[in-house]
Design a protein. Structure first.
Length: 370
């Protein structure tokens, strides 16, 4: 037995949700470029869950279900009030989603219908939890969701307590579409491994959130924003990147396990970054990003991934830097739940083997002889 480090190139599941073939990303067979241009996030959620775009009445039903499910139990909000200061919002989200399960009477119901209803609740309530936590940590009361708002609009509304602009709603909606699914990325794989033991959907999502939190995965968007802040001005870019490259340090937002020739989502975020940073009068954020991109691509041949330009997009929307990864989680909740439901449909325990490299033939030694 020989191990494949990081399971690179290993095909670990069959799935009809999302494909990456020759660098082209599709959800349910539809190119991500078409979805980013024409779809809404709710249509994409339906597509991931059902394998086809919704007809008008199906979309209206889903939007109604999501809107009506967006409020979270008061007990969960009360428990968030008691979280210690200074924790990372992804840690708060991991705990808050876990506590949603405690108040869900269907938490242990493994029927496909109950799991679909729980997927709706998880999708609808994740933005509410994040917005509530973001306000409570600043001493502000949470803002209740509105049942007739889309996920992007509701999240921005609950976060800031005021009506968001159409530009902000559209930008967030497109970002949510772009991050919604990515076949067996680390967090989705973690979710599938978890539920393949036939544990409940909430346990799978908690695994996924914990996995997305890491800087090599979803946490990279926050790391990119911190890097832009640390660099500060255009004249410092070259020295900063040079230093990182010379010290063989990773530059966040670059490289990808699957895409070696560029991430198809990055061009959309780059375009949005250019427009939005200009609109807020901070074009230097885009210009610095392009310069970093040119240097890293030019010297290392590494292309920006989905996280690189999303950082300047979210800064332009006035979002706090440590909320970037939770926003990724809002989007990826659609993909995680789709994959969990697909795993349950055709389940087999996921249990690989390890290539043992430790000592052999040793014996137990009594404690006073060691
Ligand atoms: N900056 C500098 N060098 C890099 C980078 C980077 N961002 N990414 C990869 N490399 C280098 C590695 O140092 C390594 O070089 P070596 O062969 O000389 O040792 C080589 O490229 C291969 O890199 P690995 O880390 O082995 O590639 P892997 O496929 O395991 O990792 C990953 C992919 C984790 C995305 C990696 O490129 C990385 O750490 N990027 C930065 C973090 C990041 O942006 N994560 C978000 C990914 S997208 C997402 O999850 C949503």
């Amino acid at each position: 037995m020989t191990a494949t480090r990081g399971l690179e190139g290993i095909v670990a599941a069959e799935s009809s949700i999302c494909s990456i073939v020759d660098g082209v990303l599709c959800y349910g067979g539809i190119n991500i470029d078409e979805l980013a241009e024409h779809a809404t996030f709710e249509e994409v959620v339906y597509l991931l869950w059902h394998g086809a775009l919704p007809k008008r009445d199906q979309l209206e039903t889903l939007k109604k279900q999501l809107g009506e499910a967006a409020a979270v139990p008061a007990e969960v909000i009360d428990s968030i009030r008691k979280y210690p200061q200074g924790i990372h919002p992804m840690a708060a989200l991991r705990t808050a989603v876990s506590s949603l399960a405690l108040y869900d009477k269907e938490a242990q119901d493994m029927s496909p219908e109950a799991n679909y209803r729980k997927a709706i609740r998880l999708m609808a309530q994740t933005p509410t939890l994040i917005a509530a936590y973001a306000r409570l940590r600043k001493g502000l009361e949470p803002v209740a969701p509105k049942a007739d708002y889309t996920i992007a609009k509701n999240f921005l509304y609950m976060l800031k307590g005021e009506e968001p602009t159409e530009t902000a709603i559209k930008a967030l909606d497109v970002a949510l579409i772009l991050h919604a699914d990515h076949e067996l990325n680390a967090s989705t794989f973690a979710a599938r491994v978890t539920v393949a033991t036939l544990t409940d959907i909430y346990s799978g999502i908690v695994s996924a959130i914990g996995t997305l939190k890491g800087p090599l995965h979803g946490g990279a968007n926050e790391a990119v924003a911190k890097m832009l802040t640390e660099i500060g001005t255009m004249d410092k870019v070259e020295g900063y990147v040079r230093n990182k490259l010379d010290n063989k340090e990773k530059i966040m937002g670059f490289g990808h396990r699957v895409y070696k020739d560029g991430d198809p989502r990055a061009k959309w975020l780059k375009q949005m970054s250019k427009a939005l940073t200009a609109q807020i009068g901070r074009p230097e954020l885009y210009e610095m990003s392009v310069k970093i991109d040119d240097m890293v691509t030019g010297e290392k041949g590494l292309k920006p991934n989905v996280d690189f330009y999303s950082a300047s997009v979210y800064i332009s929307l006035g979002l706090e830097i440590d909320l970037f990864t939770p926003i990724f989680a809002i989007s990826r909740m659609s993909g995680w739940t789709a994959h969990i439901m697909e795993q349950y449909e055709n389940n087999r325990l996921i249990r690989p083997r390890a290539d043992y490299t430790g000592p052999v033939g040793k014996h137990y030694v009594p404690i006073d002889q060691r």
